[in-house]
Design a protein around this ligand. Structure first.
Ligand SMILES: [Zn+2]
Length: 117
């Protein structure tokens, strides 16, 4: 499970860290803070999107797939997780599209950062 306040603290800390690193490089603190505020969630969202990808595993006694919520293995035919009871849908075209959007967002952010540094 993702702890929301912990993620926010990590996000702010890493953004401030990047801002200070940017200042040290002589590019200014505020510019560093602004781009890291955009870059950090882009990487974070991409990580979450990749972590939520359903993985199908052949265990020998039937195919099982991973639960995107608790990462436990559950029977491939199940719609709800055997362990945490949450709904596990199949990877849909929409999910792939969302991942693609996140990836494009990340690429644009990296390009913008390169332009300013
Ligand atoms: Zn689960």
């Amino acid at each position: 499970m993702i702890n929301t306040p912990a993620v926010i603290i990590l996000y702010i800390t890493s953004s401030l860290g990047l801002a200070f690193w940017n200042k040290k490089k002589g590019h200014g603190f505020w510019l560093g803070l602004v781009y890291s505020l955009f870059l950090t969630p882009a990487i974070g969202l991409l990580t979450i999107a990749l972590a939520q990808k359903v993985i199908v595993v052949d265990t020998g006694n039937g195919r099982k797939r991973s639960c995107p919520h608790c990462f436990g293995l559950t029977a491939e035919t199940m719609t709800f997780c055997e362990l945490c009871g949450k709904h596990i849908g199949r990877q849909t075209a929409k999910q792939f599209l969302q991942m693609a959007e996140l990836f494009i967002g990340l690429v644009i952010t990296v390009l913008l950062v390169k332009m300013f540094i």
